[in-house]
Write a protein that binds this ligand. Structure first.
Ligand code: SAM
Length: 252
C-alpha cells in the first residue's frame, strides 16, 4: 500500500513527499479544494430530498462539501481525511456554519476505514486512492445501504483522445454498469467555469509559495515544482478532459 503522505501529496497534485508538511500552509486561503459543494447539494436536494440521511464524505479535505451539505439539507455527515490540519479547519467551519451538532470529522486513512450502512457516500476529487474506478466502486458500494446513493467527482477523456491517467466516458459508464449502480445524474462542468476557479486558486497558492520560498530558500525548487505541477494539471483539466460529478444508486 502506498505511503499515506505520498498519497496525500499526489491527491493534491504534488509529486514530492517533502511537500507534505507545507500543504496546509500552501492551501490555507482555500476552503473548496475539490468538488463543487453547490453541484452536490443540488443533486442531493433534487434526487434524495430528505434530511434524515446519513452521509459519509471520504477524503473530505477541509470539509467544504460536508459542511455546506449539512447546512443546506440538515443531514448528518461524517468526513474523514488524512490531514489533521484539514480536519481541524473543517471542524472550525462546522462551528461557524452552526452545524457541528450534525457534522463529525475524523483524521484517518480511508483505505483502512470500515464503514457501512450509509444512505450516501461522497468520493470527490480523490482520484485513485482506492485504485482504478472499478476497485473504487466496489469499495464505495460496500459502505452504502441497498437503495442508497454514491456521488463520485472525477474526470474522463474523450474516446478519440488518450490522456495519461484518465479513462474514457464509456469506460466510466461501464464500470458503473458492471457494478450494478444506476446512473441517476451526470453533471459536467464547463471548461471556462473551471478555468476561473483554477486561476483564482492558483494565484493564492502561488502567493503562499512565494512566502515559503523566502522562509525556506533552500527548498525553492520544491515550491516552484508544485506550482508548475498545479498549472500543468489545471491545463489538462481545462483543455484535455472533462470534469464530472455522478450521482449513482445502489440497486442491488
Ligand atoms: C483534492 S482533495 C479533495 C477534497 C474534498 N473531497 C473536496 O472535494 O473538496 C483530496 C483529499 O484526499 C485526502 N486523502 C488522500 N489520500 C487519503 C487517504 N488515504 N485517506 C484519507 N484522506 C486522503 C487529502 O488529504 C485531500 O484532502
Amino acid at each position: 500500500m502506498e505511503n499515506i503522505e505520498a498519497q496525500v501529496v499526489k491527491s493534491l497534485d504534488g509529486e514530492d513527499i517533502e511537500l507534505y508538511d507545507f500543504i496546509p500552509y500552501l492551501l490555507q486561503d482555500l476552503w473548496e479544494i475539490g468538488a463543487s459543494p453547490e453541484v452536490i447539494i443540488d443533486m442531493v436536494k433534487r434526487h434524495i430530498g430528505k434530511s434524515d440521511i446519513s452521509v459519509l464524505d471520504l477524503g473530505c479535505g477541509k470539509g467544504a462539501v460536508s459542511v455546506k451539505l449539512a447546512k443546506a439539507v440538515g443531514c448528518k455527515v461524517k468526513g474523514i481525511d488524512a490531514l489533521k490540519d484539514f480536519i481541524e479547519y473543517a471542524e472550525d467551519k462546522a462551528r461557524e456554519y452552526g452545524v457541528s451538532n450534525i457534522c463529525k470529522f475524523v483524521v484517518g486513512d480511508i483505505r483502512e476505514c470500515y464503514e457501512e450502512d450509509y444512505d450516501l457516500i461522497i468520493f470527490a476529487a480523490c482520484g485513485d486512492i482506492f485504485g482504478d474506478l472499478d476497485a473504487t466502486v466496489v469499495k464505495l458500494k460496500a459502505m452504502v445501504k441497498n437503495g442508497g446513493y454514491i456521488i463520485i467527482d472525477d474526470a474522463f477523456c474523450e474516446a478519440d483522445k488518450q490522456v495519461d491517467g484518465y479513462i474514457t466516458h464509456e469506460e466510466v459508464i461501464n464500470a458503473f454498469k458492471k457494478n450494478k449502480l444506476e446512473l441517476i445524474e451526470e453533471s459536467i462542468i464547463g471548461n471556462e467555469a473551471l478555468k476561473v476557479i483554477n486561476d483564482a486558486n492558483n494565484r493564492s497558492i502561488a502567493l503562499r509559495a512565494t512566502e515559503l520560498k523566502i522562509k525556506h530558500p533552500e527548498k525553492s525548487w520544491l515550491f516552484d515544482n508544485y506550482i508548475w505541477k498545479q498549472l500543468e494539471e489545471c491545463k489538462v483539466l481545462e483543455t484535455q478532459v472533462k470534469c464530472a460529478t455522478w450521482l449513482l444508486k445502489k440497486v442491488e
